[in-house]
Write a protein that binds this ligand. Sequence first.
Ligand code: UGA
Length: 441
Amino acid sequence: MKTAIVGTGYVGLVTGTCFAEMGLNVVCVDIDKNKIDKLKDGIIPIYEPGLEELVKKNYSDGRLSFTTDLASCINDVDIIFSAVGTPPDEDGSADLKYVLDVARTIGKNMTRYVLVVTKSTVPVGTAALVRSTIQKELDKRGLEIEFDVASNPEFLKEGNAVNDFMHPDRVVVGVESEKAKKLLSKLYKPFMINNFRIIFMDVPSAEMTKYAANAMLATRISFMNNIASLCEAVGADINMVRAGIGSDTRIGKSFLYAGCGYGGSCFPKDVKALIKTASEHHVDLEILKAVEKVNAEQKKILFRKLSDYYHGDLAGKTVGVWGLSFKPETDDMREAPSLVLIHSLLQAGCKVKAYDPIAMNEAHRILGNHEAIVFTDDMYDAVLDSDALLLVTEWKQFRLPSWSVMKKLMRTPYILDGRNIYDADELTQMGFVYECIGRAY
Ligand code: UGA
């Protein structure tokens, strides 16, 4: 079986590489020549643990190839995955331009049966649109060729993508025909170990499942952040409450961590897009509107706490910031809480000393050169002569700093922990002022 994956972004590159690793013959396609040339040289455009090695290995073994020419490979493959970008429009809905460009190219060039699978996160109804777009092109050519469309949303997490793909909790597939079902069952067969489940359903349900999953996870986070604020007000501790409720198997332990807001390329975009789709169908998704609102407020929480601590007088203060990416193990800065924080700090007249293990270049690119921001080479340099340390992203290397060194380096030993990773008692005993999320001191 041969497969083409169109779009060598995050999802496409991981999907193509992991299928190749499982022995499949995969061609990855992208319109960006520069990206394709680099991939051929083993240079991957994103930071994702384990991916670069797999790309290099499968490329040199000949199972993985790269091209910019989709038309030339359409009739050599059985399945075409579309994993191109769906950037949000100004109104929050997903822009389907690239998805439909791929469909048009397929319709213009196919000469035999092909199964077209959407992997990008696309609104309900997109597979039907892909079908009609391909059909239109075939009609123009006066051809009757059988094809299928299917939806196979991706649930991988940045930073753990290779592992998620290789060991999925489940694979959701929306199909319209037995033939498509058989092809996709065969494709995923190598993954069918250790209780692995492939869930077949109709196409709209598969499309909806992706949005509902991300919306549910985002809801859990905003719910916990909201409860965390109440915990602070009533003298409860969100960490204890999390342990208490998470042990109920109906609730579960994951995605209950209060923090300084969710970011990334997925939750914010998908929540917005789902609200938009709902409103187009005259359904008011009130819960998700609240989820968005709570998250926007949560991204301001570290600044607010710092400002309260210094009674609103932040001008001239030096603030160390640890962790810039939206979460650990990625250099992705999209919608990162650190950006909201740093903008507020700069506006308040602070000097910012920022450090991230991986995302420094990306952060520098986004934040630009600013005389009040210093990007430090070392995590300890970021706290030198500082009036506060703000922990924004919980990279492993921040978990056990040398507190005695920290104490000497900081001008004011004030730690504001946006991810609740430090031991309050230990820090207070050492003479630090410690604050976190969802616990009053
Ligand atoms: C998310 C989903 O988890 C994936 O299943 C999905 O495939 C992906 O979106 C997507 O749609 O492509 P991702 O954005 O990579 O994955 O990151 P997550 O690990 O889900 O984290 C998202 C955000 O939530 C981060 O900012 C993280 O810090 C925050 N978070 C997560 C919390 O604040 N609390 C938690 O308990 C968990």
